[in-house]
Ligand binder design. Structure first.
Ligand code: ZN
Ligand code: ZN
Ligand code: FE
Length: 757
């Protein structure tokens, strides 16, 4: 058996099935998955084989069964074997799983011996990836190794009929981990830690709570002062904060919850789900200022359940780290780094082996959810690629929202979200993960794949790693990797069209790409279309100050008289800076050239007076999207259609869009209407550009990828128009649409490139 068969109650399931049919033999884990030897009357064996894949426990999944005939041994009983330790690793390490219904029932049953025990778990739920030190997944290889099971727990662990049979983190109040509450200096506080913690929160305090894959910082979501204080202490100005609610009903009071969102909120993966916020007293405006979406999640550990059982309303639950740094993992580390942020600490003594952030998905009304950040609950579940790697590949991803990926055979494993590598702590975590991942998966890569961007920390790392380790280095263009990441998760191979829209990617011509139509396969691509280009004055500042891309875009449309086209808006720009940029643009200075849709969003947000500063990534785009979503449907601006003749890429002229925006401002069209029309126009422009290309090249399928598709209005508008044009649309549903998915694309590209050369 290959697939998700370890740590999910698979062996006891097989035991019960075999014993019920009076068959003899053995089931065990190996490094490939699981194996079964079965013997008995032919009819019973046939029934066993037939029922095996159909009655699996809830978390198990079989991707492949191989069957061979063996000589009969004449055994009388069925038994469970202990794990073997050799061979090439492609067994699945399962992600952490939210508390199951059976354990939840016991948690609140005063007669149960685990009543109110915050570490209750069973084979269907609890920690996995965050506590595993090495494979196979057995207790001594986890951070539970230090806890010796009491006789009652051991009896459950040894009993194949019990729900906790071989549940590696099995524990109870007598033998397992314990919680404690301390003040900001780490001094213990007397009393029931959970009740005390709930009271602190209710009184408006900020508490650091140790969870599954790291610490959270929690406070009441409805108290302006608490939320503002948390932001100030954490150094997080404006980026939206996640909110945990006790029940789905509470969630519905705060936001619109379409059926797809309700389903994923309650799923065993329990991600943060981005949904349209309602106006509500229960959430302070400081939680997600100007964004219009709320990131909601339900409790996923017994500890969370116990806190909410104390009658708490919605809580801000943001990752426990100073902004842009990786999660705190150890108690001492947390006390030291979060001491200035939290008023109290809810700690426990089960160590976290691996930092795993909360995952984030975008919900939409009638489409599957789109992954935004992939970590807890999802990583490191493998992805089956259509490309088979002849030699194992390690891919190191992009720069922001970093992940790494290992591809061996056709099995790709993408790491949890590792954050922004410009941060030294995040970079160290990235380097550690590269090593841990190889050890955990028992893979020695022969090939290393990275981005083409010469200044990415991951690219520099890969070049050095290849040189020192004698690996073959394959550099993959950023948007090609995006395209292949969608193809890989859909199991696609061969020629495909891709519309890839994001903020920044290093192009093969040295310009900054980001509004691209590519035609290609896993091994190569052609740039068959792109947005018309403009200059980006001001280097790094051009990604923060939205007037800079606006100036570049205006100049591309109006020539050197550009300041006259948007006099009113440009009044908000400091005169000195404006004069300098004007001079540089006029002199044709060597400024970066871009076709980035992300920067077009920034420019539009500036021209409409919606956002002058990106205090966090994509703040302007999110503000623009919020207005567009609230407004509802609007007609796109009139705009031309680019022709495609194979002589060169089709260029999508942004001129008519810019002129329409400015005309709308001049005649006082309401800003929300203009924001919506802008979204629809970009969707029309991209769809209309892709249509003739698809026809000409005989391609029927379009893959969408890139960070811009976290924008639900743009994604829905483009998807609809492409389908109306008779094209099949493939969107992300496994790895993030932003740069978190890039490592998967890089790995598959590199394998394909190596196969051809
Ligand atoms: Zn359970
Ligand atoms: Zn026990
Ligand atoms: Fe990207």
């Amino acid at each position: 058996m290959r697939g998700r068969v370890q740590g999910v109650g698979f062996r006891p399931y097989v035991y019960r099935l075999a014993a019920g049919l009076r068959l003899a033999g053995v089931v065990g884990n190996d490094t490939h998955g699981a194996f079964i030897e079965i013997e008995g009357p032919a009819a019973a064996v046939a029934e066993f084989v037939d029922r095996l894949p159909r009655e699996l426990p809830p978390l198990a999944a079989i991707s492949r069964i191989e069957a061979v005939d063996l000589p009969v041994r004449g055994e009388a009983t069925f038994r469970i074997d202990h794990s073997a330790r050799d061979g090439v690793q492609d067994a699945e390490i399962t992600p952490d799983v939210a508390l199951c219904a059976d354990c939840r029932r016991e948690l609140f049953d005063p007669a149960d011996r685990r009543y109110r025990y915050p570490f209750i778990n069973c084979t269907h739920c609890g920690p996995r990836y965050s506590i595993i030190r090495q494979i196979p997944y057995d207790r001594p290889n986890t951070t539970m190794a230090v806890f010796r099971m009491c006789p009652a727990c051991q009896a459950e662990y040894d009993d194949p009929a019990n729900r906790r049979f071989h549940a590696q983190p099995n524990a109870c109040p007598a033998c397992g981990p314990q919680v404690r509450l301390t003040d900001a200096a780490g001094r213990p506080l007397e009393g029931d830690p959970i009740r005390l913690c709930a009271r602190r929160l209710a009184e408006g305090g900020i508490v650091a709570i140790k969870g599954l894959g790291g610490f959270h910082l929690a406070c009441r979501a409805d108290l302006d002062e608490a939320v503002a204080t948390l932001r100030e202490r954490k150094g997080r100005e404006s980026k939206p904060l996640a909110v945990m609610v006790g029940t789905l009903e509470q969630a519905r009071a705060l936001a619109e919850i379409p059926p797809s969102a309700a389903e994923v909120l309650a799923d065993v993966t329990r991600p943060i789900v981005l949904v349209p916020a309602r106006r509500s007293e229960a959430v302070s405006p400081h939680v997600a200022p100007g964004c219009g979406l709320l990131g909601l999640m339900l409790p996923y550990t017994p500890l969370h359940e116990l806190l909410f059982a104390e009658g708490l309303g919605p809580l801000v639950m943001t990752s426990g780290n100073p902004t842009e740094e990786p999660l705190c993992r150890d108690n001492d580390e947390a006390l030291q780094r979060l001491g200035g942020i939290a008023d109290a600490f809810l700690l426990h003594n089960r160590d976290i082996e691996r930092r795993v952030d909360d995952s984030v998905v975008l919900a939409s009304a009638d489409e599957p959810v789109v992954p935004v950040r992939r970590a807890r609950g999802f990583a490191p579940a493998p992805i089956r690629s259509a490309v088979e790697a002849a030699e194992p590949v390690l891919a190191v991803g992009a720069e922001l929202k970093s992940t790494v990926c290992v591809l061996a055979g056709n099995t790709a494993v993408v790491s949890e979200h590792l954050g922004e590598l410009a941060n030294p702590r995040a970079y160290r975590n990235f380097v550690d993960t590269v090593e841990q991942f190889q050890r955990l998966l028992r893979v020695r890569p022969a090939v290393i794949a990275c981005d083409m961007h010469p200044d990415y920390a991951a690219t520099r790392f890969a070049r050095r790693y290849a040189r020192e380790g004698g690996l073959r280095l394959v550099e993959v263009q950023h948007h090609h990797a995006h395209l292949v990441s969608v193809m890989a998760e859909h199991g696609l191979s061969g020629g495909t069209l891709g519309i890839i829209c994001d903020g920044t990617g290093f192009g093969t011509d040295g310009t900054i790409w980001g509004g691209e139509i590519l035609a290609g396969d896993e091994a190569g691509f052609r740039r068959v279309g792109h947005l018309s280009t403009f200059s980006l004055p001001g280097g790094d500042a051009a990604a923060r100050e939205t007037w800079r891309p606006a100036a570049g875009l205006l100049q591309a449309v109006f020539g050197d008289s550009w300041p006259g086209a948007a006099l009113e808006a440009l009044e908000r720009v400091p005169a000195d800076a404006l004069r300098l940029v004007r001079r540089r643009l006029q002199a044709g200075a060597r400024l970066p050239i871009t076709s980035s849709l992300g920067r077009v969003f920034d420019a539009a947000a500036f021209l409409l007076g919606v956002c002058d500063h990106n205090r966090h990534e994509a703040e302007a785009a999110m503000a623009l999207e919020a207005l567009a979503r609230d407004h509802g449907p609007a007609e796109p601006f009139p705009c031309g259609r680019p022709a495609y003749d194979e002589a060169g890429p089709a260029v999508v002229d942004l001129g008519p869009m810019v002129r329409s925006l400015l005309a709308g401002m001049a005649d006082k069209t309401p800003i929300p209407r203009l924001a919506r029309a802008f979204h629809e126009t970009m969707a029309v422009l991209l769809a209309e550009a892709a249509r003739p290309i698809a026809e000409r090249l005989g391609l029927r399928r379009v893959c969408l990828s890139g960070g811009c598709f976290v924008n639900g209005v743009l994604l829905a508008g483009l998807t609809r128009r492409l389908r109306e044009a008779g094209l099949e649309v493939c969107r992300h549903r496994v790895v993030p649409t932003g740069d978190g998915g890039v490592s998967l694309g890089q790995a598959v590209c590199a394998a394909a490139v190596c196969a051809r050369t």
